[in-house]
Design a protein around this ligand. Structure first.
Ligand code: MF3
Ligand code: CO
Length: 269
């Protein structure tokens, strides 16, 4: 087996899927405000994906005998990941909400997530968001040819812990491509110089999950929602990254609008 390396066509399709995943994530971000339910956000996510010719890779995703029942993962406050949108969950001023969008387009998967404030949040939660997003950037920067997966893990852990927070151990980042979870696993903790060597053509979902309190988590009785054991708030940021000789390339960015701008300029007056 080993880590799948994507060829030219695979990379083109990954770009497509990741651009869609990012576009949908930003469309959802625009809808977040006090009063909206997590069900509304999930339904909007389903529609945004459909409009872009994609569908959710989460919906129906199977672990054991359970199938994930929603189209996106929406996790509030002490929920770390895999929250299920619900009409009963209304977002309030001061909440943190994590949006995780995984799309399937033309046989390839793009995976990305962010956590954002609802209205005004506490300075400690502001710091949590900031440090977790920085940890993602710092982790991505380690995805260089010749480095090892442990270099990513170590860089993330070091940054998070230097800021007084803890990294979740029970869930990890992962390779992504024709399946949502491919090799390698990418823990957000570990040792420099350990793990697989990074080669060109890997597509990696790097995703620090950071708790304000302890690192421990548990899964709620719905079988999916992962929460911090101590109830402390948690944040999650994720990008799908392509490894290249020129360095890591973040694929989960909205598609450039250059082409359509040119098309418009070319139109007769
Ligand atoms: N980004 C999450 C992951 O990498 C998405 C999980 S979707 C679910 O695991 F279907 F597993 F909920
Ligand atoms: Co992921």
């Amino acid at each position: 087996m080993g880590i799948p390396l994507k060829n030219k066509e695979g990379i083109a399709r990954m770009r497509e899927a990741c651009a869609i995943a990012s576009t949908v994530l930003y469309q959802l971000k625009d809808l977040v405000r006090p009063g909206v339910t997590t069900f509304d956000l999930d339904q909007a996510g389903r529609e945004f994906m459909a409009k872009l010719g994609a569908r959710s890779a989460c919906y129906g995703y199977q672990i054991g005998s359970r199938r994930f029942p929603a189209h996106t993962c929406i996790s509030v406050n002490e929920e770390v990941v895999h929250g299920i949108g619900s009409l009963k969950r209304v977002l309030h001023d001061g909440d943190l909400v994590s949006l995780d969008v995984v799309v399937w387009a033309n046989g390839y998967i793009g995976d990305n997530a962010l956590t954002m404030p609802v209205g005004l949040i506490s300075p400690e939660n502001e710091k949590l968001l900031h440090v977790t997003e920085e940890a993602l950037r710092i982790g991505v920067a380690q995805a260089q040819i010749g480095h090892r997966i442990g270099d990513i893990s170590h860089a993330i852990q070091t940054h998070v812990e230097a800021n007084g927070f803890s990294v979740v151990r029970d869930l990890v980042g992962h390779g992504v491509g024709i399946s949502m979870h491919e090799e390698p696993q990418i823990p957000n903790f570990g040792k420099r110089g350990k793990g697989d060597v990074i080669k060109p053509g890997m597509t990696l979902a790097i995703e620090p999950m950071v708790n304000r309190g302890g690192h421990r988590t548990k899964t709620l009785s719905d079988g999916w929602t992962v929460v911090t054991t101590d109830g402390s708030p948690s944040a999650h940021f994720e990008h799908t990254v392509l490894t290249t000789e020129r360095g890591p390339e973040i694929l989960t960015v909205p598609r450039s609008t250059t082409a359509s701008v040119h098309a418009l300029t070319a139109l007769p007056a």
